[in-house]
Write a protein that binds this ligand. Sequence first.
Ligand code: C2E
Ligand code: MG
Ligand code: MG
Length: 728
Amino acid sequence: MRVLSSSPKQTSAALRRSLVRSLLVIFAAVMVIVTSMVLAALNRVGEHANRLDDDRSRETTIGALQTFRGHLGATLNDYAAWDDANRFIYDPEGMGWVISNFGEMTVNSNLFDAAVLLDANGRALMTYENGVPANWTTRSYFDTSFEALFKKVRDATPETTPEANAFIRTERGIAAIAIGLVRQKSGHVDHEAPARRYVVLLRHLRENDIRSMAGTYVVDGLRLVDVATKQSQDVEIRDANGQPVGALTWTSRLPGSASLAQVQPLVVGAIAMVAIYFILLFVSGSRLLRQIKAEEAAAVELSRIDALSGLSNRFGLFANLRQLVSRAEKDGDDVLLLYLDLDGFKEVNDAYGHGTGDNLIRGVSAGLSALIGKEATIARVGGDEFAIAMNTRSHAVIVPELCERILGFFGAPFAIGERVAVVGCSIGIAVSARGTVSGEELLRRADMAMYRSKEAGRGRWTAYAPDMDAAREERNQLEIDLKQAIENSEIGVVYQPVVDARYGRMVSVEALARWNRPGHGPVSPEIFIGVAEQTGMIDQLGLSVLRTACRAVRQWPDLRLAVNISPGQFRDPAFADHVAATFGDLGVDPDRITLEMTESYFIRNPARALAAIDSLKAIGVKIALDDFGSGFSSVGYLRQFGFDRMKIDQSLVATVAEGGSAVDLLQATVALARALDIPVTAEGVETEDQAKILRLSGCDELQGYFFGRPMPADAIGRMVMEQRDVRL
Ligand code: C2E
Ligand code: MG
Ligand code: MG
């Protein structure tokens, strides 16, 4: 025996876990990518904003330098194209004026800090710096670009302005320089080239100049740096030759970085919140999903449980069998199935009611569970049907021992409240060797084997054998043929004489059904009546026998008629009506008819039997208790149900010739019936001796081969005629 492991469940749980893990990893990767993309975008925006600001600073700085140089250029224009200057500078006596208006203007001037007057050859006629004469020469004081600038002014054509300005490196630093030809304000030049004079104005780019530039143009940290240390973004200051003489740099304000620093935490926070939201969504979603799954699984589990017994139901058994079969296939062991049907459960149910029946089922379920243990699956598959399934490698050893244990368990009566019920059990066994037989087929086989146990007398176990299928097949074919025979009215009726015990005269006939099955010959009523009862065909068959017999008995007005009735016919609530209608249709007096029924039905359904008998007696027919002495045989029934006659079974009759206690029993029984005023018929009388004893015992009517076998209607007709002749 084996306990089932739940490996499919574990596999699906592992799958689910790895799926969740993968989803989380993917989600984390997506979040990382999204976060870095957003941060990269923000960085780019920040850098762009920084660059834009630097570009603005750069352009502003360039503009400031141009303005610085432009101012000097404008000053130069004022000083060079000036009628007074034109007069005094070219006047040999005018040097005093020149010094006071040019040289001395260099002190504390916002316009220029050095002034030089040059002749056409570039020789200095006057050099002043910061208000005092200076002793440097243009060649020593300036870099080489001075020559180029001076040349440009000297070589200016009449169409171009004879002025130029630029930045230049001086001994003292970087300065804006402007050179202009001294001339009339109108621009007219009075002198030939060799006699011409030129004014040079200089303004150094001092620290305070740069500071005021920074303030005016809002460029933080603007300062002069050496060409060698300048950065790529710095603004170069170039001389007239295009050579860099210095550079202006500034402190980047980095507005983008500042904004980014402000925005970044908010963005990261927002992304984190989105991530948390999704994680919560995911967590609650998967929790919900798990809950739904669990509820679903619980519902499936519940649908597999039988509410009354708490065992598996048929659905659950099939599910378990499927697992057992596939396990057997894998492990090479066998699935053993026991199918149990309680014997006598219906009787308990009918006698004590459904409440007691339910308690009995609970008791049996609990008992079986305790008996079998947890290693096997136990199911309740029908009203009083149970199944036990397990995997085993030694069913040949287990089965007899297990079945005996179960039968032993049913051997003791069940105490249900104050009542005691005795039920037995019929068991069918089927085995699926190495899982080669499916669960459904296994159940079918065990069920069939269980029926064999029932047929063989209940309270036993039977293992399935393949020839049972053939028997079942044969039985199915019998059913089909019987159905056809009933529909085609091929069920015949024979009549057996019943004689008056004292004179031996035929007073009655018993109608007995006959079926000559095509291809098989006569089938015993013991067999086909049973089949008709089990398949529900008995209603139609019984009424057809009654109708045929009633039609026959019309020809024999001196005879009474006995017809057999099966318990199954009482299930039809309109049965009494059908019987009455038959009498009415055929014009038969119900008083002549006796319906025979066996006692089994009265034991099982006393209340319903009483109601059925009452309704039949209301029509006017008589009721006889058939086969008395073959079963439970209680004389009490005779009185309880108001029988009109008792028929002693042939098994009891057969024993009377032996004498002794059998005769005593028979005589006592007959005497009791007679005391109740119930006449007695003895059946199966085969000898004269039997007839004599039975007559002496008090039977008023006798039936048996000794007086006549069951025979066709015309034979009875002939006997009736003979009897009439004798009387005449
Ligand atoms: P039963 O009602 O007890 O009928 C008497 C049976 O005993 C008949 O068997 C009859 O042939 C047989 N028998 C009569 N005298 C003797 C004798 O001296 N010796 C021996 N050995 N047997 C004798 P049969 O016809 O085989 O019927 C068997 C049973 O089938 C009947 O037993 C009755 O219970 C049932 N049956 C027959 N026809 C019908 C029917 O139309 N409806 C119903 N519901 N049951 C029927
Ligand atoms: Mg009978
Ligand atoms: Mg009988």
